[in-house]
Design a binder for this molecule. Sequence first.
Ligand code: MEV
Length: 438
Amino acid sequence: MNNPIAGFSKLSKEQKINWIAKEYFSSPNDAIELIKNYWNSDEKLQKLHDEFIENTITNFYIPLGVAPNFLINGKYSTIPMAIEESSVVAAASKSAKFWSERGGFKATVIDTEKIGQVHFIYRGDTSKLELFFAQIKSKLFANTESMTKNMQKRGGGILDIRLNDKTNLLENYFQLHATFETKDSMGANFINSCLEQFAKTLKDEAQNYSLFSDEEKDIQVVMSILSNYVPNCIVRAEVSCPVANLKEKNIENPEDFAQRFVQAVQIAEVEPFRAVTHNKGIMNGVDAVVLATGNDFRAVEAGIHAYAAKSGQYTSLSHAKVENGIFSFWLEIPLALGTVGGLTSLHPLVKLSLEMLENPSAKELMEFVAVAGLAQNFAALRSLTTTGIQEGHMKMHLNNILNQYNTTDVERLATSRHFKSNAVTHSAVVEFIENLRK
Ligand code: MEV
């Protein structure tokens, strides 16, 4: 039975570690040693990481890999990817190479509008509220001027504010629905600050509005927060080539391959069980770049899956067709990303990743991320519709099993040789290692 603790966040890092080690581990000294082994020897760097969150005890490593040879809009790039899944970077690189020999990827940002809402309760006459809103709309803009000044200098700011009547969904529920342009920042702080000011103006002005009764004056703001659903902040990534040019190793018959590929996408378009896994493959690429560039992958995940369900049924984010002998494959996803602010200037590896991408604008980063998603989806569907996914996956996974069994260099060599021509399964590898050790 573990004990609760009061004032944990006030303890020193050392005290926190000691408490956890004593409370949860049969061998506290081993736990402490492991935790400390992951500390960075550069104390300044460690302190920087400690201060990202509360109660940091150590670092949790995820590999940062790179996928070279991405030809995007006629220019080559190497894409940084932070991910733990063994086959993802290899698959991205393979796709990048494949498409670089077939014209490359095309990426286009369609729109960059962000959204935020003030959710409030108003008990009274809706037409009076509408009149009131029309009167205070310019004040909502004016009262946020100190916040929007800098953003406006960069070409951004508040685009519009609307009053939405949501009383058909929830009694007395209204909202201010605001749209924003936040240029190279993701804009969460900017949007939330503007929204909180809107909420204040809304409440204060209601108090003085002569047409309102006392009950109508008493507007109750429930919350003011940006939306991570950004269906008008969209990027498109695509590839296309004559079907005959798809020919490669494992694609002996390109017509047959293109047909199976399109069918695989169509299945994900109509079948939610498949769509989720199909889109998960896209997110393998998306999240890895989002994470490496210090962006909020939870926001991106939530927004993209909402977009995938916008018709009322969860469906594929990507689409494919063969028309007039041309194979085309594309996706459109919503992405609210930043290349300034947040972690982008704080985390040294985020800075490194952005520099590797030649310090992109937020729009350019949207393009890289969408392309990584499409590349990943192409690699997965290519394997699934030809050799099956396990061949490549298990080859990559072999290394993880070898590490798990602390194999020596000699054992590694023998195992790798053996599994070049034999199917890799977890049990087959373990059996092989055990036989070697007998
Ligand atoms: C595995 O991480 C991703 C895949 O399952 C995606 C897919 O099935 O399309 C291979």
